[in-house]
Design a protein around this ligand. Structure first.
Ligand code: ADP
Ligand code: MG
Length: 697
């Protein structure tokens, strides 16, 4: 495999454009990509034609505007390049500039949260020129995918990408103001970068298909723990098994063709859990790439007789999956604003930026928490394997000492120092200045922050949008306060000291998993938001609306629509899970257990008929009968509360009821069935066990 040669093969990259477009058109495209604006109609036609020719040479027959509606996944509707047949019945392959730039579609079946009644069904897709077009080889044909945003007739965002792009512009504009104060007049704009790490599970497809819970909900709703889980810590970074290895090889190859720089691959903590991380990229491009990564993972797994599980918690009792969002902000001149440099003690710009981050996160902790709240992620956050549901910042020793010095004047400098292993043949190494803290939801990792709350199946667009917006606000306020200061340096020192004093309560370097931290966070007045239904109202709180509106990222109406969509999707997810549980318990588990109980009863009868000791058979039968009764009672109860909840009219109350009434009823049904799994003859058990699922790839 010649990697440099195949890298980007599927992408209509800048290099391809340079080669295929007239010089003046290429220049215009580059200018719009870098500085915004729009192409002239003639240039758009030229780009469209070049794109079409390139795609057709690669076998494409269709094109699509590829977008990210609020369902959380991507959407595509294919149109063939065909022109109307001429009088001789011949056709051409064509794509006009108009079709490249804008599409119109019936949007009525996408979630809109009241933004668009079904009678006003139009939705528009518009080309995001900053993210490259690419081809996708599918069984239905090779399709040219044009990344787009998706908006309603009146311009409201119906996707997660539009607000992301708006937030990128906002943070750029305010950040440039700040940099001007440091004399950086050459900087024209800032770019927000993200590097999303993607965790996933693999599972044998034949077994997956036997589990209705996995098929319908992406996670197991039943299952007794296997004899061995992750307690030996032997899976993390372990040798990659043969079948998983071929999957990874194929996956990398495909991703590289998409121009996605997949770099890191390894086994994760739980059995059959793995991770892939690409190099970071400009946020909107990275979001597109992450969507393609998830899609390609599923596809390649399928081709290899497996299924890829992207759910946050496929199995109870072992770690769930995250999508750590590594985030930074850089200048168009190549400077990373989060890089402390050699000497952070004397780097005033870095100190101000750091103070802005601390202030932004403290002010809007709940806004950030909301971006990671989903029904699936509720199983992770706050459990002893993922960040707690409390937002705090880990700075590490060096920056913590810096903050200390700024606020209190105390002098305790921490430098990284050397790492001496005591082995003479190993050179003495220079250490990082910060250790890692796995328990922190928002950790400084040397030149970026890692937001570790995001769930594995979620779009990273949402959290990045929030991060950029709250930073735009902090930059804007700093610039407002410092522009026109007579003595900029001392004004800046005083300003950042004030910020750190007011907001350092959000900095926490200790163990985020400990109970002591929950108590301490309460004492500090940090918001503790336990579940999705508690997080959703944050979206339309006055402070949230004011911040998003001020920087043009979301309008109030857009936030209200998102609140509605979030409640609805939460309620629907739990509704499906309850129905699957009722189905599996009623049609699979209970009948199988009854069969086994009957065979035991026969065994008791026949043993006793010949005067044999049947006490063991009887004991098992008694236990099973008891658990079977409990199961049936729990099933009846779940049925009842599900019906009640499903008929509620108020979305918020309905979601709350799912959280506080239905979920406990689901847990009550799972418990006796998992106990039964431990006593019933495995030949009678109707579905593969956890052990089968986790140890068969
Ligand atoms: P970890 O060791 O924390 O698991 P990984 O190597 O798996 O980290 O992933 C780190 C991610 O952070 C990668 O996607 C990497 O490209 C990204 N990253 C590195 N530097 C930056 C940066 N300045 N801004 C944003 N992301 C970054
Ligand atoms: Mg990693």
């Amino acid at each position: 495999m010649n990697v440099p040669e195949l890298f980007g093969e599927y992408v209509f990259s800048r290099a391809v454009m340079k080669e295929r477009l007239p010089r003046s058109v290429y220049k215009e495209v580059a200018r719009v990509m870098e500085h915004g604006g729009s192409l002239t109609a003639a240039s758009a036609d030229a780009v469209a034609d070049a794109m079409k020719c390139w795609a057709v040479e690669k076998g494409a027959t269709h094109y699509t505007h590829w977008f990210q509606p609020l369902t959380g996944s991507t959407a595509e509707k294919h149109d063939a390049f065909l022109s109307l047949p001429d009088e001789d019945g011949r056709v051409l392959m064509e794509l006009s500039g108009k079709k490249l730039i804008m599409g119109e579609t019936d949007a009525s079946s996408f979630p809109s949260g009241g933004l668009r009644g079904t009678s006003y069904a139009r939705g528009y897709t518009a080309w995001d020129i900053t993210s490259p077009a690419f081809i996708k080889k599918q069984t239905c044909g090779t399709v040219l995918c044009i990344p787009t945003v998706f908006a309603s007739y009146s311009g409201e965002a119906l996707d997660s990408k539009t607000p992301l792009l708006r937030s990128m512009e906002a943070v750029s504009k305010q950040g440039v103001r700040l940099l001007r104060l440091f004399g950086k007049n050459e900087v024209q704009h800032l770019v927000s970068f993200i590097g999303p790490e993607q965790e996933y599970f693999l599972i044998e497809r034949k077994l997956y298909e036997k589990r209705k819970d996995l098929v319908y909900t992406g996670r197991t709703l039943f299952g007794a723990p296997p004899p061995k889980g992750q307690e030996l810590d032997d899976h993390y970074f372990g040798k990659i098994r043969t079948r998983v290895g071929s999957f990874m090889k194929r996956l990398n190859e495909e991703l590289w063709r998409y121009g996605i720089p997949a770099i890191t691959q390894h086994n994760e903590v739980a059995p059959a859990q793995h991770e892939l991380a690409p190099f970071f990229a400009q946020a909107n491009v990275a979001v597109d790439q992450n969507n393609l990564i998830m899609e390609t993972m599923k596809q390649v797994a399928y081709e290899n007789g497996m299924s890829c599980l992207l759910h946050e918690k496929p199995y109870a009792g072992v770690n769930g999956s995250a999508k750590h969002n590594n985030w930074s902000i850089g200048t168009d001149t190549g400077e990373n604003l989060f890089d402390p440099g050699e000497d952070p003690e004397h780097n005033l710009q870095f100190q101000l930026v750091l103070a802005c981050v601390v202030a932004a996160i403290d002010r809007h902790a709940d806004m950030l928490r909301e971006t990671a709240a989903t029904a699936g992620n509720d199983h992770r956050l706050g459990a002893q394997e993922a960040p707690p549901a409390i937002i705090s910042i880990f700075l590490g020793d060096q920056l913590e000492a810096l903050v200390d010095r700024i606020v209190t004047g105390a002098r305790k400098t921490v430098t990284a120092g050397d790492l001496n292993t005591g082995v003479s043949t190993v050179p003495v190494l220079h250490k990082d200045a910060t250790d890692r803290n796995r328990t922190s939801p928002f950790a400084f990792t040397g030149n970026r922050f890692e937001f570790r709350m995001v769930g594995s199946s979620d779009s990273v667009a949402t959290s990045t949008t929030a991060l950029n917006t709250i930073m735009a606000e902090a930059f804007c306020e700093a610039a407002d306060a410092l522009e026109g200061a007579e003595d900029f340096e001392s004004a800046c020192r005083a300003y950042l000291k004030g910020l750190l004093e007011a907001h350092r309560r959000v900095v926490f370097n200790g163990d985020g998993y400990s109970d002591a931290w929950v108590a301490e966070a309460q004492r500090r007045g940090l918001p503790i938001i336990e579940s999705t239904v508690d997080a959703i109202p944050v979206l339309t709180r006055e402070q949230t609306v004011a911040t998003y509106e001020r920087f043009g990222v979301f309008t109030r109406t857009e936030l209200e629509s998102r609140e509605e969509i979030r409640y609805e999707s939460y309620a629907k997810k739990i509704a499906v899970e309850s129905k699957v549980m009722l189905h599996m318990a009623g049609k699979q588990y209970i009948p199988s257990v009854i069969n086994y109980a009957s065979s035991l009863a026969d065994a008791v009868a026949s043993a006793e008929a010949v005067g044999m000791d049947a006490s063991v058979q009887r004991e098992i039968l008694n236990e099973i009968t008891y658990l079977l009764r409990k199961t049936q009672d729990a099933l009846n109860h779940l049925k009842e509360v599900y019906r009640e909840t499903d008929s509620m009219r108020d979305l918020r109350k309905m979601a709350q009821n799912y959280r506080h009434v239905v979920i406990p009823a689901m847990e009550a049904l799972r418990a006796p069935i998992d106990q039964l799994e431990m006593v019933v003859d495995s030949d009678f058990w109707p579905v593969p066990s956890y052990g089968d699922l986790m140890y068969n790839v």
